[in-house]
Design a protein around this ligand. Structure first.
Ligand code: ADP
Ligand code: ASP
Ligand code: MG
Length: 407
């Protein structure tokens, strides 16, 4: 008998029929003799609707109240699924974030899980119940509801699996696993049977929203094997685990894209020690994540500096950078939010040369201009004009032979 955590995403619980289907799948695991903890998302589209309601009232919603509103989508689903299970003859109970409890820090809208108390879950499992927990929500030390950032139900599931020392954590979604790129953009994308935590971390951080990045960080830290698979099929999905010998030895495992970034260029910045620290220190103090940074070679003691931030943080970043640019005598700020980042990821890059140039050539062959480049041991990213995103993803998928029979 195993302890299994199953997480069902928004499209998997999108209507009552789908919730009944999920109830059947959960009951099957229970009938096979397993203890089952289920984590659910809000119905597809519901969290977006709730975010939109908040924004209609306040342009920059109050973070505490935002969490009160947007966490409700999951609450509806835990109650409905619990009823569906009872109707199917399986005892079940829903426990909200504060009832479990899933303790987080105080950063509303992007809280981090600090600790989970598991007594209440274990009590209910012992009594033969399926325990259903809303993803995405937690409680801070004041007793206020917090949320974990978009896509955070994945993290709730993995953190619960780690806390309960579960045998497996199954992530049920609307695709059959992790693919070489988003299968909804490139139909030729191929399912990857096994992928390492490190590769998945890169893919998630570079835009593959199939798993929230923090969920992969948790899985790696606590060595929780994840099985990402489809709610609507029986096919084996993708195992996300420690790197092992059985993993396919490919140089590039996947292609990702991120459309949610904006580019800021500060022109004619004095090339002195301390200037970069001043600019990026102030941005960091505001809690804004800067992604890529490029500083050009200096001419006559001046240089241009370009960096990217999430689109949603562009205005805040500008309000911080403008006064500093004035003070240091920069010659202006240019912004561009019609950019996207495309990336190739693969641990095999560590031992191969020529991968970046192959990527640049493939983009060039299709007339796609590269605006910025960044590399790490296991990825290469390029910022391009956003209207070319899908084309670039297809081109790179082809250039590295990731499609169909070639894998
Ligand atoms: P859920 O609601 O189940 O959490 P998400 O929409 O958050 O589902 O994540 C699943 C989606 O992730 C897929 O429908 C797919 O479009 C997208 N996706 C992006 N990159 C990949 C990838 N490399 N492999 C699989 N899915 C991907
Ligand atoms: N419902 C939340 C969202 O849409 C959390 C999740 O689905 O993982 O972001
Ligand atoms: Mg998701």
């Amino acid at each position: 008998m195993a302890l299994v955590v199953q997480k069902y995403g928004g499209t998997s619980v999108g209507d009552i029929e789908k919730i009944s289907h999920v109830a059947k799948r959960v009951k099957r695991a229970r009938d096979a003799g397993h203890d089952v903890v289920v984590v659910v998302s809000a119905m597809a589209g519901e969290t977006n609707r709730l975010v939109d309601l908040c924004r209609q009232v306040m342009n920059q919603p109050d973070p505490r109240e935002y969490d009160v509103v947007v966490s409700t989508g999951e609450q509806v689903v835990v109650g409905l699924l619990s009823m569906a299970l009872k109707k199917a003859g399986q005892d079940a109970i829903s426990l909200l974030g504060h009832q479990v409890a899933i303790h987080t820090d105080n950063s509303h809208t992007r809280a981090r899980i600090a600790r989970i108390t598991d007594g209440k879950i274990r009590e209910n499992l012992k009594a033969g119940r399926v325990v259903i927990v809303p993803g995405f929500q937690g409680v801070n030390e004041k007793g206020d509801i917090t949320t974990l950032g978009r896509g955070g139900s994945d993290t709730s599931a993995v953190a619960l699996a780690a806390a309960l020392n579960a045998d497996t954590c199954e992530i049920y979604t609307d695709v059959e696993g992790i693919f070489t790129t988003d299968p909804n953009v490139v139909p030729e994308a191929v399912k990857i049977p096994r992928i390492s935590y490190d590769e998945m971390l890169e893919m998630a951080s570079l835009g593959a929203k199939v798993l929230q990045i923090r969920s992969v960080e948790f899985a790696k830290k606590y060595d929780v094997p994840l099985h990402v698979r489809s709610t609507f099929s029986e096919a084996e999905g993708t195992w996300v685990t420690r790197e092992d010998r059985e993993m396919e030895k490919v140089v590039v495992s996947g292609v990702t894209f991120e459309k949610n970034e904006a580019k800021v260029s500060i022109r004619h910045v004095p090339d002195h020690p301390g200037i970069a620290a001043r600019i990026f220190g102030a941005i960091a103090d505001a809690g804004i994540n800067v992604d890529m940074i490029i500083q050009n070679i200096s001419h006559d003691g001046f240089t241009d500096m370009t960096f990217t931030v999430p689109k949603g943080d562009l205005e805040d970043a500008l309000s911080i950078v403008r006064p500093i640019a004035d003070e240091i005598g920069a010659k202006g700020i240019l912004t561009d939010d019609k950019v996207a980042k495309v990336s190739i990821v693969g641990t095999g890059m560590r031992s191969h040369s020529g991968i970046a140039s192959r990527m640049f050539q493939a983009l060039a062959d299709d007339g796609i201009n590269i605006q910025m480049i960044s590399t790490s041991e296991i990825k290469v990213s390029c910022v391009i004009e956003s209207k070319y995103t899908e084309l670039a993803v297809r081109v790179l998928h082809n250039a590295f032979d990731l499609g169909g029979d070639s894998v």
